[in-house]
Design a protein around this ligand. Structure first.
Ligand SMILES: Nc1ncnc2c1ncn2[C@@H]1O[C@H](COP(=O)(O)OP(=O)(O)OP(=O)(O)O)[C@@H](O)[C@H]1O
Length: 599
């Protein structure tokens, strides 16, 4: 935007001032140098080259200039050499260093020259005012241009967002809404129900404004032909008092995202050649047809979650969410709200607008309660109630909501033993254990080792862009002899590690992780070595202690050694590396540290 864009305005300015002052005006744009407007003789005067002109001089110096005797500068005279009355006053149109153009006031007659000569200072003052007026107009237009561009960008942004977006304001109603938002709010539907839906959304926006808070609310509306359940997040716009932006998503979509995220990167391929495992795979298909509660037990890393997903995917619920809650990984104080959600203001620190619990998110789908053995007793009672009544109440609400969820629980703990110690409710155990699944540890199904290795080589070839063809017989023999305390997860991590470092065609012994190489003093750390190695391992100091205590001390040594590798206080990334090496999950790591008194 420059003076050229203001031509109609500048024409008005020059015409009016020329008429009042009875002098000729012209205005020249600075970059590119070009006459924008002119009166009298200037009207049809065109100039290609500006070097050596008075205007070019003023543009350069940024200073006003008065030329009453043109000959003194010997400039610009060719055109006017016959006209001895030619005299001019030039004034820069500039703000600071930024030069926009030059205003020129000129005389072409003896009367005009007289005015110019006698009233020079007054005219200079006039020109200063006119320059300010032009600058103000230029700034206003630039601002308008920016705003228009900003608005266009905002519309673009609005449209590029997948969620429904609505910008509304106090007393201004809907200011902007994207296409998705229009369809979610049924903007072209004038039925009372559709109007109520829109009114409810506006109500959430108003409330967010009143309270100066971000609110999250669920809005439900039903008509004969349609039904809407929207999750609304209303955010007052900072710096724009009275405006709120509402982000709208159908509740169903929220559920689907969870389904997608939960399934992402989890190939449903249960690799096995083991007869017991194949029976379990058969059982998956039968169990999936009904919604009886399932309890999957087995050591850590045996594939309990994989089985849970398999059941979900084989079930008629497959297009609904599969929601996981890891009871050990969520702090005890948050687990209840995570599972059941809460009403706004239910407790100190509760998120404004409340929160939807995992039970509701899993509605019509499957809820996988991992590490159920770590659920605190008071929550076990609440869970039992929900399982019996199939209804949940958010914390802080007395309203019960029906839920239709297939419950699959899993644990690597011995729940029966926990029942004996009153750490797990017997009634809940029986309620969950309607269909039991026990996944045998990997060391009891050695025939699975080779197919799993092949499966993981393929997986990590793809992930890491490698072309490993297989595993050398000596390396395979080593892996088959190993005890795999971390089960399939440990095997998977081991293959990922080896694929990373292998430069040849086949996974070779030299790339085995340290603990599997059987060399050095760290060799058996973190692992249950094969029987022969176990027999040779030195444990004399602990001899005579009960087996449980020996194991506890051994585990403590493993964890201490691992942590000491990182100065005793590993950070999260280092803890993840330890978990990978030990073939355990993050939650198992923390749990173990606590059990062993190392936390
Ligand atoms: N039979 C199998 N075929 C292919 N991959 C498997 C198999 N069993 C387990 N895995 C893989 O091993 C890893 C661990 O499995 P998963 O998380 O299901 O074990 P888990 O028993 O639930 O572990 P935890 O008790 O520690 O939660 C996953 O990456 C999973 O994909």
């Amino acid at each position: 935007m420059n003076l050229i864009d203001l031509k109609p305005f500048l024409d008005d300015v020059t015409d009016s001032f020329a008429a009042v002052l009875d002098l000729e005006f012209t205005i020249i744009n600075s970059e590119p140098m070009q006459r924008v407007s002119g009166t009298g003789a200037y009207r049809d005067m065109h100039r290609k080259h500006w070097e050596g002109t008075y205007s070019a001089l003023v543009k350069k110096t940024g200073k006003p200039m008065v030329v009453l005797e043109p000959s003194e500068y010997r400039l610009e005279l060719e055109r006017f050499k016959q006209n001895t009355e030619y005299a001019i006053i030039l004034y820069p149109i500039a703000r600071g260093d930024r030069m926009e153009g030059v205003i020129v006031l000129a005389s072409f007659t003896p009367e005009q020259k007289k005015t110019l000569t006698e009233r020079t200072q007054k005219l200079l003052n006039y020109l200063e005012k006119i320059a300010s007026l032009i600058l103000a107009k230029l700034e206003q237009e630039r601002l308008l241009e920016e705003l228009t561009a900003g608005n266009a960008q905002l519309s673009e942004v609005f449209e590029s967002v997948k969620d429904g977006l609505l910008l509304c304001g106090l007393g201004k109603g809907i200011m902007q809404i994207n296409t998705r938002g229009k369809s979610l709010l049924r903007m072209d539907d004038a039925s009372p129900q559709a109007e109520r839906l829109r009114e409810e959304v506006m109500e959430v926006a108003r409330e967010a404004l009143d309270r100066h808070q971000i609110l999250e609310r669920q809005v439900d509306c039903r008509a004969d032909q349609w039904e809407r359940s929207l999750v609304i997040e209303a955010r007052p716009v900072r710096g724009n008092a009275g405006s709120v932006i509402c982000i709208m998503r159908p509740f169903q979509e929220l559920q689907n995202t969870i389904t997608q995220n939960a399934n992402e990167g989890v190939p449903f391929l249960l690799v096995t050649r083991n007869a017991r495992m194949n029976q379990l795979k058969e059982k998956v298909k039968q169990v999936a047809q009904h919604s009886s509660n399932v309890l999957i037990t087995g050591e850590s890393g045996t594939g309990k979650e994989l089985f849970a997903r398999a059941i979900h995917r084989a079930s008629p619920r497959r297009s609904s969410p599969f929601v996981t809650v890891n009871c050990a990984a969520i702090p005890e104080t948050l687990l209840e709200s995570e599972l059941f959600g809460y009403e706004e203001g239910a407790f100190t620190g509760a998120k404004k607008g409340g929160r939807i619990g995992k039970f509701m998110l899993a509605n019509t789908g499957t809820l996988f309660l991992d590490e159920i053995g770590d659920m605190p007793l008071y929550l076990q009672a609440k869970l039992l109630r929900v399982l019996s009544d199939r209804q949940v109440d958010r914390i802080g609400s007395s309203k019960l909501v029906d839920v239709d969820v297939h419950i699959i629980a899993a644990t690597n703990k011995n729940l029966e033993e926990m029942i004996g110690k009153k750490e797990f409710r017997e009634d809940l155990y029986y309620r969950l254990n309607v269909i039991p699944f026990y996944i045998p540890p990997l060391r009891e199904r050695c025939e699975d080792i080779l197919p799993l290795i092949e499966h993981f080589i393929e997986k990590y070839n793809c992930k890491l862009g490698k072309q490993i063809r297989g595993i050398s017989p000596q390396t395979l023999a080593r892996l088959e002899k190993y005890g795999w305390p971390g089960n399939v997860r440990e095997l998977e991590n081991c293959i990922e590690y080896m694929v990373n470092f292998e430069m040849g065609d086949l996974l070779s012994e030299k790339n085995l992780p340290q603990r599997l190489r059987g060399e050095g003093e760290n060799a058996p750390v973190g692992a249950v070595p094969a029987a022969s190695a176990m027999a040779a391992a030195p444990l004399p100091l602990w001899e005579g202690l009960p087996l449980k205590e020996q194991l506890r001390r051994y585990e403590a040594r493993v964890f201490r050694t691992q942590n000491e590798r990182y100065g005793g206080r590993p950070n999260l990334q280092q803890i993840r590396a330890i978990c990978r090496e030990l073939g355990i999950s993050l939650s198992s790591y923390y749990r173990k540290l606590e059990e062993l008194g190392l936390s």
